[in-house]
Design a protein around this ligand. Structure first.
Ligand code: 5RP
Length: 225
């Protein structure tokens, strides 16, 4: 994981931003480089408004003077930029390492273009080495643990720093399902999990990303699938 590579990817994404655009603004360390560089452009006169995918990213935007809007006022976004935990050659993603998958998927779904920024460590042949986050209603925990286990995942309830169940910005819990690198049909798994009662959202983003801007050292690679 290279900070320089994350910054290279974030800088390439900032180049896609034009004056007057409405933006989806992601969550995580790579997205924070994007926010920081976007803030510099806003400071220099660029006019944009954004929807942040987490309270943490929203706070950083406010600190840097980036105007925020809502999906009520701006239901269609020009461009969403976010990080990822893994991506495969068909641009399927596992997201949600930072716990923001629900808002991230809502914002990505509202955007005309969804662009991922990542360092090279996120590229995999087959998804699943990164445990798949599944955001749930607490009451449904055990039935969903059972279903994930039946599919071959080792499941853990995500905890916060105090050892209590981690709460997402929307107040839900997250189960992390470790499948190992075996998710060869991510759209199929995504379809299955989406039908389970008590699942609010899962971290498989299939058919959503337009491109990956991948930094490796100081080199940029654009992957369009
Ligand atoms: C948060 C996410 C992040 O985009 C993902 O975890 C990548 O984070 P980082 O850029 O810090 O590696 O999905 O829910």
């Amino acid at each position: 994981m290279s900070e320089k590579a994350k910054r290279v990817a974030a800088a390439a994404a900032v180049e896609l931003v034009e004056d007057g655009m409405t933006l989806g603004i992601g969550t995580g360390s790579t997205a924070e480089y994007f926010i920081e560089l976007l803030g510099q452009k806003v400071h220099a006169g660029l006019s944009v408004s954004g929807i942040a995918t987490s309270d943490r990213s929203a706070a950083l935007c406010r600190r840097l003077g980036i105007s925020l809007t809502t999906l009520d006022d701006t239901p269609v976004l020009d461009l969403a930029v976010d990080g990822t935990d893994e991506f495969d050659g068909a641009l399927n993603l596992i997201k949600g390492g930072g716990g923001a998958l629900l808002r991230e998927k809502i914002v990505a779904g509202a955007a005309k273009r969804f662009v991922i920024i990542a360092d090279g460590s996120k590229q995999v042949d087959v998804l699943g080495a990164f445990p798949l986050p599944v955001e749930i209603i607490p009451m449904a925990r055990q039935p969903i643990v059972q279903r994930l286990t039946d599919l071959g995942a080792a499941v853990t309830l995500r905890l916060d720093a105090e050892g209590a169940p981690f709460r997402t910005d929307e107040g839900h819990w997250i189960l992390d399902g470790d499948f190992g690198p075996t998710i060869s049909e991510p759209a199929r798994l995504a379809g299955d999990i989406s039908t389970w009662p008590g699942v609010v959202e899962h971290g498989l983003f299939c058919g959503m990303a337009e491109r990956i801007l991948m930094g490796s050292g100081d080199q940029l690679t654009i992957i369009t699938g």
